[in-house]
Design a protein around this ligand. Structure first.
Ligand SMILES: NC(=O)C1=CN([C@@H]2O[C@H](COP(=O)(O)OP(=O)(O)OC[C@H]3O[C@@H](n4cnc5c(N)ncnc54)[C@H](OP(=O)(O)O)[C@@H]3O)[C@@H](O)[C@H]2O)C=CC1
Ligand SMILES: CCCCCCCCCCCCCCCC(=O)[C@@H](N)CO
Length: 314
């Protein structure tokens, strides 16, 4: 490990779902600056066009290929079609690295969810990355490409709290998938990584904040947040070094070390220190949050009355 060579994106084909906005776009620009060929995938064509211009202005070398594709990746069929389209300008060869950034969060209270909105939450948090990993792995194995698969979970894939019942389960599920694949894809020499960022200032965050319960926003106040460029740099650094659980801020580092389970650790002594901080700090934090939630009961009762809930629950 000590002398192993770092992964270098130069000349590699990087395929980024959710590459038209936020973290995915920042990763695309960074990879373009690092000399990679970049294919971005998302649904909205206008946003894709704008993003493609940004990739092109980050060009380092005239041979770099930048492309944008409109597909929904929340099915295996959609993901396979996106991968096939992206492979075409590269002689049909599947991408070397899949950065799975597609995802979204619609926070809200559990009793206001329906079976359908819970399924949609799973689909966008888990399905939109799992099915691309599935289609991508099949293609890599078929073609004998020893590629990389990078999932983007969230610190909410390590822990959760009020408001995230439709989102956290999918982000936890990604952790389970990544852990299973890290082991299984060793058979093919395919590397698996998963990132757990905390708050990122992106268009997606602005959207979710429009429907985020006040109490959820209040609990999140302790997290200062980061810009997508910083998160993208953290993710790429982790991928270059071969890190499995990539965390990009102190909150992530603490929860990573505290919940490592069977996943590979990074820095033996550093992780012991981080676990110790978590062992003491996390229960204190949780008690504070529990008190906040209990203190919020009266306001919540008022909120429910104003909405005609629980009488009018669908
Ligand atoms: N922002 C935050 O605070 C945090 C975000 N995350 C995670 O990071 C990832 C990126 O989020 P963020 O940086 O905020 O980016 P944005 O929310 O700004 O962008 C999301 C991107 O995903 C695309 N996308 C969503 N659904 C699909 C789909 N079904 N098929 C194809 N593309 C899709 C969107 O394009 P379009 O809608 O046009 O398809 C867009 O390009 C997400 O997985 C998110 O859950 C994790 C922690 C914190
Ligand atoms: C010693 C232990 C201290 C613990 C402090 C905990 C602070 C809580 C901050 C909550 C951050 C939530 C980020 C959500 C990111 C996300 O995924 C959403 N934006 C959805 O996209």
């Amino acid at each position: 490990m000590l002398f192993s060579k770092k992964w270098d994106p130069r000349g590699k084909h990087c395929f980024i779902t959710g590459g038209s906005s936020g973290t995915g776009l920042a990763l695309g620009i960074l990879l373009a600056q690092r000399g990679a060929h970049v294919s971005i995938v998302a649904r909205d064509k206008t946003k894709l066009d704008g993003a493609l211009k940004k990739l092109k202005s980050a060009r380092q070398d005239p041979t770099q290929v930048f492309k944008a594709y409109s597909f929904s990746v929340d099915s295996e069929v959609g993901s396979a079609a996106a991968l096939k389209a992206a492979a075409e300008p590269h002689g049909g060869r599947c991408p070397d690295a899949l950065f799975l950034c597609a995802g979204a969060s619609r926070p809200g209270f559990f009793i206001e969810h329906t079976e359908q909105t819970l399924q949609e939450g799973m689909q966008v948090a888990y399905g939109a990355q799992a099915y691309t990993a599935l289609a991508g792995t099949k293609e890599m194995v078929k073609q004998g490409v020893k590629g990389k698969i990078v999932f983007v979970s969230s610190v909410l894939g390590f822990f959760s709290f009020i408001g995230y019942s439709a989102y956290s389960p999918g982000k936890f599920a990604l952790r389970g998938l990544a852990e299973s694949l890290r082991s299984e894809l060793l058979v093919y020499g395919i590397d698996v990584h998963i990132a757990f960022p905390a708050t990122i200032f992106t268009p997606g965050l602005e959207e979710e904040n429009k429907v985020k319960p006040e109490i959820t926003l209040k609990i999140e106040e302790t997290d200062a947040g980061k810009h997508p460029e910083e998160i993208a740099a953290g993710i790429l650094k982790g991928v270059e070094k071969g890190t499995f659980h990539i965390t990009t801020d102190i909150l992530g580092h603490i929860f990573r070390a505290s919940t490592a389970g069977a996943s590979p650790r990074q820095n033996f002594l550093g992780d012991i220190l981080l676990s110790l901080i978590g062992y003491i700090g996390i229960p204190i934090w949780r008690k504070t949050v529990d008190s906040q939630v209990i203190a919020y009961r009266a306001q919540h009762a008022e909120y429910l009355r104003s909405k005609g809930v629980p009488e009018n629950l669908s």
